[in-house]
Design a protein around this ligand. Structure first.
Ligand SMILES: *Cc1c(COP(=O)(O)O)cnc(C)c1O
Length: 461
């Protein structure tokens, strides 16, 4: 199984290459050359999430790692999930259940993708006797999940840039209270976009790296993150109906990574009914699915900050695979002048959406009301991102057949202010989060200047 770029420039890449490279040289995203098929008979025998992963992950990694290497890696990857079950399902009523993806160490679903990424980064570095710097900008959960996933590997130093602005205190403290020699948190006086610009220049210039050192990105375009997420879709389907019939999945999304993993699982043979693409006021995806209008707008700060994006980077994979039938020239053409020119597909092609996708925008007001409503009706507390997905299901119920799983991407205790706004109290805080509140913060404050930040990296490299 090899990989190639959605824009046709890069091809015949091994898993290890695309793992360490992240984005393709032509600006496209990596895709597997074909969709490997899961063996549902084998999966039906799986007893745990790890068993499922042991069948799914090797389908993508065989170009670089032996079966034995992978199985050992998977036994040691998803750490600090307190429940025996990595992804429990809670039934709300006959139609809908919640798939809880927040039982990892940072209480958000990003632990699934980033822990797998870090384990493979480390394995590759060890094999080749190299080291790496992880550099990322974060406005939410990516930074904490990346730091947590990488901190135990001495071959990796993490530098995470935090912008001023819309992040909950707990989200910030999850990053600044990590006391580890290879983790550096930089609070930048600037916006998320300023931080992103610095990260982009860093990937162009690479001046601060030692010889033989990799620079790794932790943004959501790395294929390995999708692989980690595909596993819980199969696992949830297995537990719900033994993979016998298609479910609906309601996914609260920003960068489309989590939705794409659901799509990928269906291409690999998981029965699927509809995917509900649930967004907040940053609704480029809803505008596309409703009106064939994929145009960039400015970012609004919302109560579900981990979905505050202006473009959905992983959406390019769907354009390429689903709409363009893997025609890389068409994909490259569409993206050549995007975002200056919005993407609008040929109407015939765009209409394919109806088969598989529904979409919905939930604003902050409805998000808060829905947290309260779900609590009153089911005695179940959800976080604002989950509330966006739950409200989309309620609004679209008449168009849904069969059972729906609402993906819960974060624990409500990460957003205490929003829970209070809904008039509710947090009943319990997971240990991983309550620890964080009492610990001392360490971070450096820096101006939004790439020279200062590069120098800081050199001094600490
Ligand atoms: C990152 C994140 C999302 C959005 O995930 P995408 O893969 O970008 O769609 C949703 N909810 C939470 C809590 C997140 O951290």
């Amino acid at each position: 199984m090899l990989f190639h770029s959605t824009r046709g420039g890069d091809s015949n890449k091994k898993f290890e290459d695309i793992l360490m490279q992240g984005l393709a040289d032509d600006g496209g995203l990596f895709m597997p050359d074909e969709w490997p098929q899961a063996d549902l008979k084998i999966l039906k025998e799986a007893k745990s999430f790890i068993d499922v992963a042991k069948h799914i992950v090797p389908l993508y990694t065989s170009s670089s790692f032996s079966e034995t290497e992978i199985l050992e890696l998977l036994d040691n990857t998803w750490h600090d999930f307190p429940d025996i079950d990595h992804a429990p399902i809670v039934n709300l009523d006959n139609h809908k259940s919640v798939l809880e993806l927040f039982h990892g160490p940072t209480a958000a679903f990003k632990d699934f993708g980033l822990q797998l990424a870090a384990a493979f980064f480390n394995k590759t570095l060890e094999k080749n006797g190299k080291t790496a710097i992880v550099l990322g900008a974060t406005s939410g959960d990516t930074g904490s999940a990346a730091i947590d996933a990488c901190k135990r590997f001495s071959s990796i130093k993490s530098f995470i840039l935090l912008p001023d602005g819309n992040m909950s205190e707990i989200q910030r403290k999850q990053m600044t209270t990590v006391d580890s020699e290879n983790v550096f948190v930089i609070r930048v006086s600037g916006s998320f976009d300023d931080c992103q610009d610095i990260v982009k220049s860093a990937f162009r210039e690479r001046s601060f790296l030692k010889n033989d050192q990799y620079l790794l990105a932790v943004n959501s375009i790395n294929w390995v993150r999708i692989v980690g997420q595909i596993c819980y879709y199969f696992y949830a389907s297995l537990k719900t109906n033994n993979l016998s019939e298609g479910l609906n999945f309601a996914v609260p999304t920003g960068n489309f990574g989590n939705v794409f993993a659901c799509y990928a699982a269906s291409k690999m043979g998981m029965p699927l009914n509809k995917i509900i693409v649930a967004v907040n006021d940053n609704n480029i995806l809803d505008r596309f699915f409703k009106n064939n209008d994929y145009s960039k707008q400015k970012v609004f700060e919302t109560l579900s900050p981990s979905m505050d994006i202006s473009i959905a980077s992983n959406f390019e994979r769907l354009i390429y695979d689903f709409y363009a039938d893997r025609n890389s020239k068409l994909c490259a053409d569409l993206y050549k002048s995007f975002p200056n020119t919005p993407i609008q597909l040929d109407k015939k092609i765009w209409e394919k959406s109806n088969k598989l996708f529904l979409s919905y925008t939930t604003d902050d007001d409805e998000t808060i009301k829905n947290i309260l409503k779900i609590y009153q009706k089911h005695k179940y507390l959800i976080d604002p991102h989950t509330a966006v997905a739950a409200f989309s299901v309620e609004s679209l119920q008449s168009q849904l057949e069969g059972k729906t799983l609402i993906l819960s991407t974060a624990h409500p205790a990460k957003f205490p202010d929003v829970i209070n706004k809904a008039g509710l109290d947090l009943a319990e805080i997971p240990n991983s989060l309550s620890d964080v509140l009492d610990r001392k913060e360490h971070s450096v404050k820096m101006p939004s200047s790439k020279d200062d930040i590069f120098k800081y990296i050199v001094d600490n490299n």
